[in-house]
Design a protein around this ligand. Structure first.
Ligand SMILES: NC(=O)c1ccc[n+]([C@@H]2O[C@H](COP(=O)([O-])OP(=O)(O)OC[C@H]3O[C@@H](n4cnc5c(N)ncnc54)[C@H](OP(=O)(O)O)[C@@H]3O)[C@@H](O)[C@H]2O)c1
Length: 267
């Protein structure tokens, strides 16, 4: 298993089990993403409001990795015309298709049915291989499914040992929706947790690696962001060890419904 291993989505398409987040990855985006690709990262997560789409497009060109071996995720915003925005964002990255287009967050009213219709059209026309949501609760996901019969392949949510939910995971499993974990390192805010550090010492790993490996073993797909080369390298060092069942439980019990944004929308 490594960063290029994949999980099968409900569509039948394969998605890497690990990826690179690019929110605030604005110090030489192209150079940093190109370095990540060189290290073996294959999935890159972005959004039009991160300002990283052009840099990612540039990094893909520099890398010379075939498009089919890469997995690019981007998102439409609440106020977008989802179909037109998909075209616009692809053009920013100079790509013909994305692998996954997400609704970034649900609109203030409704479940985003109009955005979803736009993404369904984009998928039908081959502009994206798969479509999904982000920051959706089980209730809102169900509303979208009921309205359109189209089940999201992925829900990208804030998810770490310090903030997660068994009930929500069960809902996703039942509907065959893969969870992508954003802010899997709690944006650094829980890296100094004592229990986490004790366990990291036991496995001769770092606290960041423990949090990422916890995701991998849970079957959720972490998207850590790292601007620093040493962090990009460290975060790949999670495929050569295994956390015991008992220690997985200890990590899961660190849950305090932590959210760097204030609250978890799915709890
Ligand atoms: N869908 C959404 O609404 C949504 C919301 C938030 C985030 N996201 C996505 O998820 C990605 C990740 O989330 P995030 O950026 O919020 O937070 P994160 O990945 O939990 O944390 C990023 C922070 O951790 C640091 N870091 C990385 N590796 C480290 C390591 N091994 N040891 C210590 N520190 C380390 C980074 O530092 P350096 O950069 O200095 O290396 C950065 O400050 C985003 O970039 C974005 O793609 C999506």
């Amino acid at each position: 298993m490594n960063a290029q291993s994949s999980v099968q989505l409900r569509s039948g398409n394969a998605m890497p089990i690990f990826g690179l987040g690019t929110w605030q990855l604005t110090i030489d985006t192209a150079g940093t993403v190109a370095y990540a690709l060189e290290l073996g990262y294959r999935m890159i997560d972005t959004s039009s409001d991160y300002g990283t789409q052009p840099g990612i497009g540039e990094a893909i060109k520099r890398s010379k990795i075939s498009r089919g071996s890469l997995y690019i995720v981007t998102k439409v915003e609440e106020t977008d015309d989802a179909y037109q925005a998909t075209k616009e964002y692809l053009s920013e990255m100079d790509l013909e298709y994305s692998d996954l287009m997400l609704i970034h967050r649900p609109p203030t009213t409704g479940a985003g049915e109009e955005l979803w219709d736009g993404l369904i059209r984009a998928k039908k026309e081959g502009l994206t291989k798969d479509i999904g949501v982000s920051n959706y609760s089980a209730e809102l996901s169900q509303k979208l499914i009921d309205a359109t019969s189209e089940v999201p392949t992925v829900n990208q949510i804030e998810w770490s040992p310090f903030g997660h939910s068994g009930d929500f995971k069960n809902f996703c499993a039942k509907n065959n929706i893969v969870i992508q974990a954003y802010s899997p390192l709690t944006r650094g805010n829980r890296l100094d947790n004592k229990a986490l550090n004790q366990m990291a010492s036991k496995y001769h790993k770092t606290p960041a690696q423990m949090m990422l490996r916890w995701n991998i073993q849970l079957g959720t797909v972490p998207l850590p962001k790292a601007n620093q080369k040493s962090h990009l390298e460290e975060n790949l060092g999670i495929f050569d060890f295994e956390i015991s069942t008992q220690d997985m439980e200890i990590l899961s019990n660190l849950n305090e419904e932590y959210s760097s944004l204030g609250s978890l929308p799915y709890v």
